[in-house]
Design a protein around this ligand. Structure first.
Ligand code: BES
Ligand code: ZN
Length: 624
C-alpha cells in the first residue's frame, strides 16, 4: 500500500530525484486554453482510469488516477497536469504497463487555476499514475452530512466539475480541448450507491464497490461522481431517475415525459449517442439548476414543482447531449457554443412536446433576463459572444449572455433562413463536428460554408459581426412575445389601477413562469400592497422555490421588513445560485442590508457548495 509522504519528505524526494528539466509555465495568453496549464501540444490524454475510495469521515477521495496519453511530441520529457488543492503522494510513469516512480513538482497555487503538476516523463513514456488525495474543501466536491439530505440518515457526496473544478478531485488535463474515455473503481461505505457520468447499472447490488466505464470520449468537465442513499425509478426504456428514496416517486412523476423528449431531440438533431439518459436529483444545495453530465444529468430538486412547469430544465440538459457533450466549446470563452445552442434547442424541444405557448413563455423569460443583465454588466466584451476571459475565473464571467444572446442569434438565423433550414443546419453541425472541440471561428466557417454561401445576401458580414462581437444587441433582434404573459399584464394592471383586489384577479391555471413574470414586473410597492399580495397568493408559504425566490427579491427591493425571517430561512434551504444570488445582491445594495447579508451568510455558509460560497463571498466583497 502506498503511503503519503509528509511535506518535508516530499520536497526531499523531489530534490534527490533525477534532474528534471526546469520548465517555465507558459503565459496564459500563449496557451491554447488560458484556463489550463496542460501542455497539450506534447501530450493528449486518451483514457483515464480512476481508483478512488470515498471517505466520508475525513471528507476525502483517496487513490489514484492513471492517464494513458497520446505522445504528440516524441521528444517531450515533461507532462503538465492541472490540480487544485490535491495532496499528491507519488507519480509513476512508463509504457506498456511497466510503470516506475518518477519525479514531479507541484507549482505554486494560482488563485484561479490551481497548481500545475509538472511530471518528468522518461523517454517513450505514455502513461502516468498519480497517487493522491483530495482536500475537504475541494472546490468541485460537496460533502453533505445526513442532516443535509432528504432522508436525513445517510451522508451524500457529489461532484461539479464544470468549468474548471475537475482538477480539484482528479489530476488531469483540465481543458475541454482534450477528450478521454474513462473507467473507475470506486469504493464506498457498504450501504451507499455510487453513480457516475458513465454506464450506471440501477440493479447493481449495494456492495461498497462499483465499477464504471465511459466508452465515449468526453472532456474533463463532464466527469462526475455522486455517492449516497439513491433509489432508482425507470421513466422509459432508456430513461430513469435516481434520487433519495423519499423523493424518487415524485421525481419520476414530474419527469415522466423524459423519454418522449429524447425522441423529439433525436428527430431534430440526430441519434442520441450516449446509451441511457438518466437524471440524478440532488439535495437543494446543488449550486445549479442542472448539469449535463453525460448519461446522468445532475439536477436541483427545485425543478420538481409538482406540475411539470419546470421540466424545460430536462430539455436543456438533454439538449447538451448534442450541443456541449458531442460538440464541445474548446475554451470557456466559447461557451455560447454550448449554452446558446442548448438554450435555442431547449425552446424548440419544449415547443415540440408542450406547444408554442409554453415555449414562448420560456423565450420571453430568457430575453428579459438578458436585457436586465446587459444593463448591469460592466465590461463591453462580457456583453458579446466573444468575451476575453484570460486571467479571469470562468465561473465569474458566467451570465445569461452566452445563453440568451446565443439563442437569440440562432432564432435570428431561423427567422432569416426558415425553421426547416436552421434545424437541418444544426443537425449537420452536430454530426459533422461530433466528438470535437470547437471555437467560435469554427462555427463562423461552417456558417459561411453551409448557409451564407448557399443563400447569399440573407446575412451580411456586418450583421454577423454585430451578433458575435458588438456589445449592443442588433437592432433587428427578433424579441419574443407571449400571449400568456400579455394576460398577466392585464391582471397586474387591473390590480395596480385599483380596479380589482388581488384576491379577485384571474390567475387560474397560471404556470410558474406566469407567476414569476407577474412578480418580476411589479413596480415599487408599499407594505400594504405586499401584504395584500401575500394574503391573496401565499407567496411567503409557497413550496415552489422559483416563485419564492422572485417574491423574496421583491420584498427585499421594497424593504418589506416582514419578509426578513422568510428570506433568511429560504437562504438556508436553497443553495442553487440562480435563486439565491439575486437575494444576496439585493440585500447588499444598502449598508444595513449588506450587514444582514453577511450575518445570514455566516450562518448558512456550511450548507452551501464551495462554488456557491465563492460566488457569494465575491458578491459581498464587491459590495463592501
Ligand atoms: N452547464 C450548465 C451549468 C454550468 C455552466 C455550470 C457553466 C458551470 C459553468 C447547465 O447546463 C445549465 O445551463 N444550467 C442552468 C439551467 C438552465 C435551464 C438554464 C442552471 O443551472 O440554471
Ligand atoms: Zn446548460
Amino acid at each position: 500500500m502506498f503511503r503519503f509522504l509528509k511535506p518535508a519528505a516530499l520536497s526531499a524526494a523531489l530534490l534527490s530525484g533525477p534532474a528534471m528539466s526546469t520548465i517555465a509555465l507558459p503565459d496564459a495568453a500563449q496557451r491554447s486554453d488560458p484556463h489550463s496549464y496542460a501542455n497539450t501540444q506534447d501530450f493528449r490524454t486518451r483514457d483515464l482510469a480512476l481508483d478512488l475510495d470515498v471517505d466520508f469521515e475525513r471528507r476525502v477521495l483517496r487513490g489514484s488516477a492513471e492517464l494513458t496519453l497520446e505522445r504528440v511530441n516524441p521528444k517531450a520529457d515533461t507532462l503538465v497536469l492541472d490540480t487544485r488543492d490535491l495532496d499528491v503522494g507519488a507519480v509513476e510513469a512508463g509504457r506498456d504497463g511497466k510503470l516506475a516512480k518518477t519525479t514531479f513538482k507541484l507549482a505554486p497555487r494560482d488563485p484561479v487555476l490551481g497548481s500545475a503538476l509538472v511530471i518528468h516523463m522518461p523517454k517513450g513514456a505514455d502513461r502516468v499514475r498519480v497517487h493522491y488525495a483530495t482536500q475537504p474543501q475541494a472546490s468541485g466536491l460537496q460533502w453533505l452530512t445526513p442532516a443535509q439530505t432528504a432522508g436525513q440518515k445517510h451522508p451524500l457526496l457529489f461532484s461539479q466539475s464544470q468549468a474548471i473544478h475537475a482538477r480539484s478531485w482528479i489530476p488531469l488535463q483540465d481543458t475541454p480541448q482534450v477528450r478521454q474515455t474513462y473507467s473507475a473503481h470506486i469504493t464506498t461505505p457498504k450501504n451507499l450507491r455510487a453513480v457516475m457520468s458513465a454506464d450506471n447499472d440501477p440493479q447493481a447490488p449495494l456492495s461498497g464497490e462499483y465499477r464504471f466505464k465511459m466508452p465515449q470520449r468526453i472532456p474533463s468537465y463532464l466527469i462526475a461522481l455522486a455517492v449516497g442513499d439513491l433509489a432508482f425509478r425507470a421513466t422509459g426504456p432508456r430513461t430513469g431517475v435516481y434520487a433519495d428514496p423519499g423523493v424518487v416517486d415524485a421525481a419520476a412523476r414530474e419527469f415522466e415525459d423524459t423519454e418522449k423528449m429524447l425522441e423529439r431531440c433525436e428527430a431534430l438533431y440526430g441519434p442520441y449517442r450516449w446509451g441511457r439518459y438518466d437524471l440524478l436529483i440532488l439535495p437543494p444545495s446543488f449550486p445549479y439548476g442542472g448539469m449535463e453530465n453525460p448519461r446522468l444529468t445532475f439536477a436541483s430538486p427545485t425543478v420538481i414543482a409538482g406540475d411539470k412547469s419546470l421540466v424545460s430544465l430536462v430539455a436543456h440538459e438533454m439538449a447538451h447531449s448534442w450541443s456541449g457533450n458531442l460538440v464541445t466549446n474548446a475554451t470557456w470563452a466559447d461557451i455560447w457554443l454550448n449554452e446558446g445552442f442548448t438554450e435555442h434547442a431547449t425552446f424548440r424541444i419544449v415547443e415540440e412536446v408542450y406547444g408554442r405557448d409554453a415555449a414562448q413563455q420560456e423565450r420571453v423569460l430568457s430575453a428579459r433576463r438578458l436585457q436586465a443583465e446587459l444593463a448591469e454588466i460592466a465590461r463591453d466584451d462580457d456583453k458579446t459572444l466573444t468575451p476575453d476571459l484570460v486571467g479571469r475565473d470562468p465561473d465569474d464571467g458566467l451570465s445569461g449572455v452566452p445563453y440568451a444572446r446565443g439563442s437569440l442569434f440562432l432564432d435570428y438565423l431561423e427567422a432569416q433562413f426558415s425553421r426547416p433550414v436552421l434545424d437541418g443546419f444544426l443537425n449537420g453541425w452536430f454530426n459533422s463536428h461530433a466528438f470535437q472541440s470547437v471555437r467560435t471561428a469554427d462555427f463562423v466557417a461552417y456558417l459561411h460554408e453551409q448557409l451564407m454561401a448557399q443563400k447569399p445576401g440573407v446575412l451580411s458580414e456586418a450583421e454577423l459581426d454585430a451578433w458575435l462581437h458588438q456589445p449592443a444587441m442588433p437592432a433587428d433582434t427578433v424579441w419574443p412575445k407571449s400571449d400568456a404573459f400579455d394576460r398577466v399584464d392585464v391582471q397586474r394592471q387591473a390590480w395596480l389601477a385599483g380596479k380589482t383586489p388581488a384576491a379577485a384577479l384571474d390567475t387560474k391555471g397560471w404556470t410558474t413562469h406566469q407567476w414569476q413574470y407577474f412578480i418580476d414586473t411589479l413596480p415599487a410597492l408599499s407594505a400594504a400592497q405586499l401584504d395584500e399580495l401575500d394574503a391573496a397568493f401565499g407567496f411567503s408559504k409557497t413550496r415552489n422555490q422559483i416563485i419564492a425566490s422572485h417574491w423574496w427579491k421583491q420584498c427585499l427591493a421594497n424593504h418589506y421588513a416582514k419578509a426578513d425571517a422568510g428570506v433568511e430561512q429560504y437562504l438556508g434551504e436553497v443553495g442553487r445560485m440562480l435563486l439565491i444570488m439575486p437575494l444576496y445582491r439585493e440585500m447588499a445594495k444598502t449598508p444595513d442590508g449588506l450587514a444582514r447579508a453577511k450575518t445570514v451568510y455566516a450562518k448558512w455558509k456550511n450548507r452551501y457548495h464551495p462554488i456557491a460560497q465563492d460566488a457569494i463571498e465575491k458578491a459581498l466583497a464587491r459590495a463592501a
